[in-house]
Design a protein around this ligand. Structure first.
Ligand SMILES: [Cu+2]
Length: 164
C-alpha cells in the first residue's frame, strides 16, 4: 500500500522544476499535478491553499496560500479567481497606531526566488459570493492570473471559520 508514495514524491520534486522550492511543507503535495496542467505558470508553486468560511453567513470568506517564484523572472499577480464563488480581491491588513486597516494589494510583484505569503492578519484574498453549501472539508479551485497572461490553478481546502 505504500508503493505509491515514492511516485508521488518524485512528482512533487519534478513539479518544482528549479531547486529550492518550499522544502518543508508536505501539504504542497496536493498541487503535484501542476506539471501536466495547462494552467500552471512555469517555475511558480502554490502551497497551503485554504479558504476560511465566514463566521457570519453572507460575509466574505478569506483565502490564504503561499506562492513561491522559483523562476528566473519576476511574476506579477494580476487577478485571483475561485471557481463557483463571487469576486475575489487581494487585500493587505496593516497595523498603524494600534488600528488595523485593510487596503487593496495592487498587482504584487514576486521577485525571482521570493515568495508571496498570505496569512491571517496580513495579506489575504477577500472572497465574496461563497455558495451556502460549501462546507469544511470540501475543496475549491483557485486560479491565479499573472500580468503576462499565464495562469496557475491550485486546490483550496475549505475550512471552518475561526480556525485561526
Ligand atoms: Cu480584506
Amino acid at each position: 500500500m505504500s508503493r505509491f508514495a515514492p511516485l508521488l514524491l518524485l512528482a512533487a520534486l519534478t513539479a518544482c522544476g528549479g531547486g529550492k522550492g518550499p522544502a518543508t511543507d508536505p501539504s504542497g503535495a496536493a498541487g503535484t499535478t501542476a506539471a501536466a496542467d495547462p494552467a500552471a505558470k512555469p517555475g511558480l508553486a502554490l502551497t497551503g491553499g485554504r479558504l476560511v468560511l465566514p463566521a457570519v453567513k453572507g460575509n466574505p470568506a478569506a483565502v490564504y496560500f503561499t506562492l513561491v517564484n522559483g523562476s528566473d523572472k519576476p511574476a506579477t499577480l494580476a487577478a485571483v479567481d475561485v471557481a463557483g464563488a463571487g469576486m475575489a480581491m487581494l487585500h493587505e491588513t496593516t497595523q498603524a497606531d494600534g488600528h488595523s486597516t485593510m487596503a487593496e494589494l495592487k498587482d504584487p510583484v514576486i521577485a525571482p526566488g521570493a515568495s508571496l505569503e498570505l496569512a491571517p492578519g496580513g495579506k489575504h484574498v477577500m472572497l465574496d459570493g461563497v455558495p451556502a453549501d460549501w462546507k469544511p472539508g470540501a475543496t475549491a479551485e483557485l486560479t491565479l492570473v499573472f500580468a503576462d497572461g499565464d495562469k496557475l490553478s491550485a486546490p483550496l481546502k475549505v475550512e471552518a471559520p475561526g480556525g485561526d
